[in-house]
Ligand binder design. Sequence first.
Ligand SMILES: Cc1cc2nc3c(=O)[nH]c(=O)nc-3n(C[C@H](O)[C@H](O)[C@H](O)COP(=O)(O)OP(=O)(O)OC[C@H]3O[C@@H](n4cnc5c(N)ncnc54)[C@H](O)[C@@H]3O)c2cc1C
Length: 450
Amino acid sequence: MPMQILWFRQDLRLSDQRALLAAVAAGPVLPVYILDDETPGLRPMGAASRWWLHHSLAALDASLRKRGNRLLLLRGPSAATLRALAASTGATRIHATTHYEPWWKAAQADLADLLTLHPGHTLADPASVTSGSGGRYRIFTPFWRALLNQMPPPDPLPAPQHIPATDGPDGDTLADWALLPTDPGWSTGFTAWQPGEKGAHRALKAWLPQVAGYETTRNLPSEAGTSRLSPHLHFGELSPATVWHAALDAAGKAAASFTRQLVWRDFGQGMIDTLPDSHWVPHRDAFARFPFRDAPADLRAWQRGRTGYPLVDAGMRQLWQSGWMHNRVRMVAASFLTKHLLIDWRRGEEWFWDTLLDADLGNNAMGWQWVMGSGVDSSPYNRIFAPVGQSEKFDAAGYIRRWVPELAPLSDTDIHAPWRAARPTAAYPAPIVDHAQARTRALSAYESIR
Ligand SMILES: Cc1cc2nc3c(=O)[nH]c(=O)nc-3n(C[C@H](O)[C@H](O)[C@H](O)COP(=O)(O)OP(=O)(O)OC[C@H]3O[C@@H](n4cnc5c(N)ncnc54)[C@H](O)[C@@H]3O)c2cc1C
């Protein structure tokens, strides 16, 4: 039977992997991952993503070896590298999962004569979620309603027991790629994660008993009230269909609030499919004129969690140390950067891109444009998250104690606003801006572009 290439990208799994099943059905398989920093327009992965990738590829190779195969590692521009590989090995077909990042779409188009694309990265093909007149949705709620018409997604398919191998080149080793960080002061907390398909299924299993309570726990950063599946989903170690079915089996109708968030992920993929520059270009033209401040010291204080606002600082330190941040805190921290400090949302988006383990072109750009108010579906411009009010409302005392330990001795009341405490905490900075003044300044900046 003719040899098949299986091209892995952000679908680093063997279960519910339609591209793999199609390749196995057609002939012996040569699975390949290409480290691509060269395709024109491609946005290289950030440092945290590279850490995850290293471990996820090691896990994928081990799983392939258990099934009689192995992972070939190559480096270069994807389309040219695959074409050369097909020519040198005599492979007749390349199988891959469809992706929506603009550079992946370009590579997919470039390889059209050789490539068979398979679904699975999203719950539904974003292009199939359309209005009655066939148009794509720009607003989440109608998108979600239309997508529900296609749910549940197809049942997940098991991994093949055996994946027949074939000869191929030796390729690189993971060590050649030096994906792991060299800065010893960073990434120390990443070891709490278990990248790879096994770790993803373990995280899903641990989460399922909590799905039914998600609506009440999801906004409480002091609790483990969300799934933390985002890096596993970004790298495709779990298919969204697998998560959807598992959540429904575990909680029935009470899974609705959680599965709705999975649809936000599909919405983000649809956004980059139709608005591919979303990480750079504001969806609303007026925002090109927004009077951002160039304030490197303030940007640095935000990045390092030293703004003097405990909830913001706890989030930014959680990000730095563990590679992840709670969603409620992402919104507050992003609002603080863009509205309290009037720093360009793209500086924040870039920082998240580099430091988040779940950094995702669609979700990250969507999150930042939503907070900035520049997105097609976004927060109203006059919604300025009050960092102290949010901290009190969502009971963040435990979260702050965990990530800003110098504030741990403060009472549950003072910890949200340490300047109110009878005795100041010497090691913790005073607020870098006054909330009321910053709010007024932000509102007038927004007025100026209306
Ligand atoms: C400024 C900002 C930047 C963000 N950047 C990213 C990013 O780079 N990558 C990323 O995956 N998410 C991003 N998000 C969305 C969200 O914060 C994370 O998906 C979520 O916190 C991940 O935690 P979880 O897996 O516990 O999510 P859960 O609450 O358990 O949700 C389950 C899954 O649904 C998806 N999801 C949940 N909320 C959202 C959302 N608002 N938008 C899109 N998908 C969602 C994720 O895949 C998530 O893993 C960002 C949000 C903001 C406000």
